[in-house]
Ligand binder design. Structure first.
Ligand SMILES: Nc1ncnc2c1ncn2[C@@H]1O[C@H](COP(=O)(O)OP(=O)(O)O)[C@@H](O)[C@H]1O
Ligand SMILES: [Mg+2]
Length: 341
């Protein structure tokens, strides 16, 4: 069972969404629906599974439906049609109390514009979710201090948000989401408002935290580099349709259509693909010349050894940490696969 299952979800915005469902089902696209009915297709038959402990990145241009999708997960938006399961429970079946409980304990959200309370201190902001959970003050403060430390803000706990830089404010947002100990975190363009260097710091921090916490994270961005860095899987939305779901390497090596191709066209594949992804396994590599080999580790990125094998015109022997041979890479095939469009 997946942690989150989204099944054939449609979301139509407008006066009478049901009235246009048939048209959308029959294949009318977002533009046609808008022109003929004045309704906006937010999501068009989206199905996907998100596994426990993974970071799932949802990417797409502005207006493609990313926020609409993530808001379905905590029921800020209800679907026009389709089903959503979290840990096997259909979240549309919740009554009011169950929904409140679900939002307080199961999910936390980090927003693009930080969403901090200006008149609360860092400590109070971080402890807010715990206050909502009804936790006593001493416990709240203890947990909040732990999370403030985890995001590197110790010493700032009594400051107010406007005394902090944007990057620091977003760390507070992150600490607040971590404090409630919910196992699902929703992050809607959480780093998009930050300067590039600070953004990169935050990505690193999230990766470090996630390697310990193993939460289920749904992360939204319109930035390919951010997707590739953070995502275990990436789902790509175009005009409400999910056009591709895959690992970063799947997306880069086999873009499903022109829209995805346009995203990945300028990416440096050598920078994001590891040796083990392109190697031929030992028993399938008979055609590779082994007279002039350079040894590389399976987890090395191609860019780390590409210049060397090109200059020396050699092929690669790929080994694991203990030095066992796992496979081979042909210099020529590698260069072809890197340049294919
Ligand atoms: N409350 C709403 N009412 C009408 N249209 C909406 C509403 N929310 C979103 N939309 C439309 O749905 C589409 C998807 O929007 P959104 O999910 O916000 O995109 P993204 O987050 O990818 O930029 C857009 O065309 C947007 O205009
Ligand atoms: Mg959005």
């Amino acid at each position: 069972m997946s942690k989150i299952e989204i099944k054939n979800v449609y979301k139509i915005f407008g006066n009478n969404p049901q009235s246009v469902m048939q048209m959308v089902r029959d294949g009318a696209n977002k533009e046609e629906v808008l022109e003929q009915t004045g309704h906006t297709v937010g999501l068009d038959n989206v199905s996907l599974n998100i596994e426990e402990g993974e970071t799932f990145v949802c990417m797409g241009l502005s207006g493609s439906g990313k926020s609409t999708l993530i808001r379905h997960l905590n029921r800020l938006i209800d679907p026009t049609d389709g089903e959503i399961f979290v840990e096997g429970t259909n979240i549309m079946s919740f009554n009011k109390e169950q929904l409140i409980d679900f939002r307080r304990h199961k999910m936390s959200m980090v927003f693009q514009r930080f969403g901090l309370f200006p008149h609360k201190t860092v400590l109070q902001n971080v402890g807010y979710g715990l206050e909502m959970q009804g936790k006593p003050e001493d416990e709240r403060d203890r947990t909040a201090m732990e999370k403030i430390e985890a995001v590197g803000l110790t010493g700032f706990e009594n400051q107010f948000p406007n005394q902090l830089s944007g990057g620091m404010q977003q760390r507070v947002g992150l600490a607040r989401a971590l404090a409630t100990d919910s196992d699902i975190m929703l992050m809607d363009e959480a780093f998009s408002a930050l300067d590039p260097l600070i953004r990169s710091d935050m990505q690193k921090q999230l990766l470090d935290l996630q390697s310990e916490l193993k939460k289920t994270i749904v992360f939204i961005t319109h930035d390919l580099d951010e997707s590739l860095r953070l995502g275990d899987h990436i789902g790509i939305l175009n005009a409400g349709k999910l056009v591709q779901v895959g690992t970063p390497v799947d997306i880069i090596m086999n873009p499903a259509d022109d829209y995805v191709k346009a995203f990945v066209k300028d990416v440096n594949r050598a920078k994001v693909i590891k040796a083990k992804v392109v190697m031929k396994k030992t028993d399938e590599a008979n055609d590779i010349d082994k007279s002039n080999l350079i040894k590389v580790n399976e987890d090395q990125f191609i860019e780390e050894f590409l210049p060397q094998i090109v200059c020396s015109n050699s092929n690669c022997e790929v080994v694991d940490k203990s030095g066992n041979v796992k496979g081979y890479i042909s210099n020529k095939e590698l260069q072809t696969s890197l340049t294919k469009s």
